[in-house]
Design a protein. Structure first.
Length: 339
């Protein structure tokens, strides 16, 4: 139709969607939430606007997070979400069927992989290529993954935590666990319910985690006031939680992540394990911003841990790098299609 084509990279995250447009860089970062009118199937809002509706909608409107644990839980809602975001970054006057490169968890099944491709094609993509998140994250974190030496990265997102040892441009050992940022939020909700007899929303739990949460006991205990509903009276109630409360709430989930890190190290060939001991571990993803999580991993493994620069953007930066460089794309893409 005379419209120009664009290449787009997508980090289709459980918590946030980030989009990279070739030649422009990262152009969008918004929550993975879509609000839909159940009667007309009309998309009322996506991203930030839809997130504000969570838990506040009337009966005829539903605000949902269509991705769960790193994979598509609601096919139609994910399609609507992706279509809306693509339209946002590519004005209709310039719109054509773009080529999409999408990051996926390394542990997803063939069925889940086909679901991602299906959503992308339904959202008007011309071609779809998939790249594993840990590989994209390593590229985005400027790690030297092409050399014959071991590099370890931990991508701690909202739906999954992915742990991998890389060498010669490939994944040698990897583990994926569904214990990640969203699980921590649920842990906090449950802990507050048990300790204070108050129910709070997931959004409040997420904010508490970001503001005063820590992976180790805090030297200086911080406090935060939040609002919820008393389970006995049914009335609104204000409570004060501390850093140590949050640490206690997320403790079991932290050690589940650590168990997977140790399993990955145990399965790593000795030569590569020695490289990791010398070079350290790089962590990225939104959960890597949790206070003292690098110290927690170092204390448990004895290996230095480094937080990547702008860790929440590592995956989309790696996807963008693959889009900008055909050589990188050919080496890293997880697809049977020919270029």
């Amino acid at each position: 139709m005379g419209f120009i084509s664009k290449d787009i990279g997508v980090d289709l995250g459980t918590s946030n969607v980030r989009i990279f447009v070739k030649g422009k860089g990262i152009v969008l970062c918004e929550p993975s939430v879509v609000a839909i009118n159940k009667i007309t199937d009309e998309v009322l809002a996506v991203g930030n606007a839809a997130k504000e509706m969570l838990g506040r909608t009337p009966e005829n409107i539903v605000a949902v997070k269509p991705l769960k644990d790193g994979v598509i839980a609601d096919f139609e809602a994910t399609k609507m979400l992706l279509q809306a975001f693509i339209s946002k970054v590519m004005p209709r006057s310039l719109f054509s069927r773009p080529r999409l490169v999408i990051s996926i968890p390394s542990g997803i099944t063939d069925v889940e992989e086909r679901a991602v491709k299906g959503v992308a094609y339904k959202a008007a993509a011309k071609d779809v290529y998939l790249i594993e998140e840990v590989m994209a994250a390593a590229i985005g974190a400027s790690m030297t993954v092409e050399r014959p030496e071991g590099s370890m990265i931990i991508d701690m997102g909202g739906g999954t935590t992915e742990i991998a040892v890389l060498s010669l441009g490939g994944i040698v050992v990897s583990k994926t666990t569904k214990v990640a940022g969203d699980r921590f939020d649920r842990d906090i909700v449950e802990y507050i319910k048990q300790k204070f007899n108050v129910i709070v929303g997931l959004s409040e739990a997420e904010e508490v985690k970001k503001q005063i949460g820590a992976a180790t006991d805090a030297m200086t205990e911080e406090k935060m006031t939040i609002k919820g509903r008393n389970l006995t009276t049914g009335l609104p109630e204000t409570i004060t939680v501390t850093t140590n409360d949050i640490n206690e709430a997320i403790k079991d989930s932290l050690f589940e992540i650590m168990r997977n890190i140790k399993l990955t190290l145990e399965e790593t060939p000795p030569e590569l394990a020695a490289d990791v001991m010398e070079k350290g571990i790089v962590i990225c993803g939104g959960l890597s911003l949790l206070k003292n999580i690098d110290r927690f991993i170092t204390d448990e493994t004895g290996i230095p841990v480094f937080i990547a620069e702008r860790p929440e953007e590592c995956v989309i930066k790696g996807v963008g790098n693959a889009l900008e460089s055909m050589e990188t794309l050919k080496k890293t893409v997880k697809s049977s299609r020919k270029f």
